[in-house]
Design a protein around this ligand. Structure first.
Ligand SMILES: Cc1cc2nc3c(=O)[nH]c(=O)nc-3n(C[C@H](O)[C@H](O)[C@H](O)COP(=O)(O)OP(=O)(O)OC[C@H]3O[C@@H](n4cnc5c(N)ncnc54)[C@H](O)[C@@H]3O)c2cc1C
Length: 507
């Protein structure tokens, strides 16, 4: 690709991409002809919409699912699946470079087969698309419609020339990348998550704008593929929501990989000079420029609320927070609900799915399930991973909740040492004077796996005393959680109790 060309809008037309499309938007698909009233019409077939449609159909409801593009939404097509697939290969390259630390030798220079990395990614997408194919959903009893949906009234949706009548509806239309109004950026061309996975050549020099999860994950991956990656973040830390020491470990890890880091830095303008993109940046009053081949924008996501005639159905929304919902995920039109990225602050696949399950209960089974009752963990899949669940210390303090924190460093955990994965920690916050877990942060190679045990504890009301009683397999990195629980248990040994025990042992 010439670098002054716009990035490709479509993935390469290979057998894997064709297999994916054949599953998630088959060209020969004929929409059903709607008859009667649907119990549930779902707009958007991302993870949120698919989950709701499947659950409702399993209950015996008459369900319609409408998708304007590819079933699977961001998760399968331009988000979780492609990013995690390439991150896996990036990790392999990093490990090959570090082979000597493990007593291995990789002869010569490691050559990166970027086109093959992306082909592997498409193969994985094609494989995972089978489960969500239009045919499978249809076999599950769901009427699948392709087309852009819009409300035709307070209880009707128009799609592809048909009008669907419903008792209840769910809006699960997701979100799209937010692009900053930087002068010259649009003219120079830029990448977002919607086209970065279409690349077949690795950019030699890449500027990543934004140090949130997307920016950090892809900055590290492209750097490991051999790009010279520059990351500009206008905050003083990466992942500003996370605890400072977690963000610092990430910053160190990116720097070790060779990413050029510019914190407290704003991109002010972009211009073309020949085939190069010259980017002007500002930091602490000073100005400087960098010259790159591609720019990847990852500064946040905006909800898809446009072109749906939401006003016609009496649905309140705004373009930043998305569809307005109450704690039962009901919109201002009582028969219409919303779930997933289009209305949630936490934009994750598992949050979209969990919120959709609430909608099915509340809309079809007279349930009173609340969004606020969910325990939603999350993870940034950098190396090391950074995962969190529950309250941060600052949130507890803001709410005047007394907190005590138990920390275990991964370099004290045998399995982390044997694996050469010692960077990171497990931090568990309890309500002071109790063993009630308020929140936890895990920074470790597999933090995303480790956080699940702590989510179970929080959502089931299991305290640290009970966690300390759980026998953890040795040696695992998850033992760090047990070690934190043991540290809590030691605080229960008051001086009086200790002196009684000592006297008993002496006796
Ligand atoms: C690069 C990247 C990496 C990510 N990694 C992770 C991760 O590791 N873990 C994680 O949990 N989350 C991750 N996410 C977030 C995750 O992808 C989203 O939270 C999730 O896909 C949201 O699901 P959803 O169903 O709400 O919306 P979406 O997945 O966005 O699906 C919405 C669907 O609605 C369709 N639609 C929109 N408007 C209409 C209309 N008017 N008519 C018909 N159809 C319509 C769209 O075409 C789309 O298919 C990542 C996101 C990105 C961008």
């Amino acid at each position: 690709m010439q670098h002054n060309e716009m990035p490709p809008n479509e993935p390469p037309d290979d057998r894997f991409h064709r297999a994916l499309v054949d599953d998630v938007h088959p060209s020969a698909w004929r929409n059903p002809k709607s008859t009667g009233k649907y119990n549930l019409v779902v707009i958007g077939a991302g993870p949120g919409g698919i989950t709701a449609a499947r659950e409702a159909a399993a209950l015996g409801a008459k369900v319609a699912l409408i998708e304007r593009n590819l079933i699977g939404g961001d998760r399968l097509n331009v988000g979780c699946v492609p990013s995690k697939a390439i991150i896996r290969t990036a990790r392999l390259y990093a490990e090959m470079r570090a082979a000597e630390n493990f007593g291995g030798q990789v002869p010569g220079n490691i050559s990166i087969g970027f086109a093959m990395v992306m082909e592997r990614m498409r193969r994985i997408q094609a494989r995972l698309s089978r489960a969500d194919s239009a045919r499978r959903l249809s076999e599950a009893g769901i009427d699948v419609y392709f087309g852009e949906a819009r409300f035709a009234g307070s209880a009707t949706v128009a799609v592809a020339g048909d009008i669907l009548r419903f008792k209840k509806a769910l809006i699960a239309t997701g979100a799209r990348p937010l692009t900053p109004p930087i002068p010259g950026l649009a003219e120079a061309g830029y990448l977002t998550n919607e086209n970065v996975f279409n690349l077949t050549e690795c950019p030699r020099r890449l500027l990543v704008i934004g140090g949130g999860p997307l920016g950090c994950e892809l900055a590290q991956a492209f750097c490991r593929f051999g790009s010279h990656v520059i990351i500009a973040q206008d905050d003083p830390t990466f992942l500003p929501k996370e605890e400072r020491d977690a963000a610092q470990i990430l910053s160190d890890a990116l720097a070790r990989d060779g990413v050029e880091i510019h914190l407290n830095t704003t991109v002010v303008a972009v211009r073309m000079e020949g085939a190069q993109k010259i980017v002007d940046l500002e930091s602490g009053g000073g100005k400087f420029s960098v010259s790159v081949d591609e720019i990847l924008v990852g500064i946040g996501r905006v909800p898809n609320v446009e072109n749906m005639s939401l006003e016609t159905a009496g649905i309140r929304y705004d373009t930043e927070a998305g569809i307005h919902v109450n704690d039962f995920l009901q919109t201002s039109n009582k028969r219409i609900y919303a779930a997933g990225d289009v209305c949630l602050e936490h934009k994750f696949t598992h949050a979209a799915e969990a919120s959709s399950r609430i909608v099915v209960r509340n809309a079809l089974l007279l349930g009173r399930k609340r969004l606020s009752a969910l325990t939603i963990p999350w993870c940034t899949y950098t190396d090391p991973e950074i995962a969190h669940v529950g309250l941060y210390v600052r949130e507890a303090r803001e709410n005047a909740i007394p907190v005590k924190t138990f920390t275990v460093l991964m370099h004290d955990v045998d399995r982390a040492v044997t694996d050469g994965e010692e960077g990171g920690f497990v931090k568990i916050h309890v309500r002071d004077g109790t063993d009630r877990i308020l929140g936890a942060t895990v920074v470790a190679r597999h933090a995303g796996e480790m956080i699940n045990g702590l989510s179970l504890a929080i959502s089931s009301g299991i305290g640290l005393r009970a966690v300390a009683r759980v026998i953890h397999t040795y040696p695992t990195q998850a033992e760090a959680i047990k070690m934190a629980a043991d540290a809590y248990n030691r605080t229960r040994l008051t001086p009086t109790l200790k002196s009684l025990v000592t006297r008993w042992l002496a006796f």
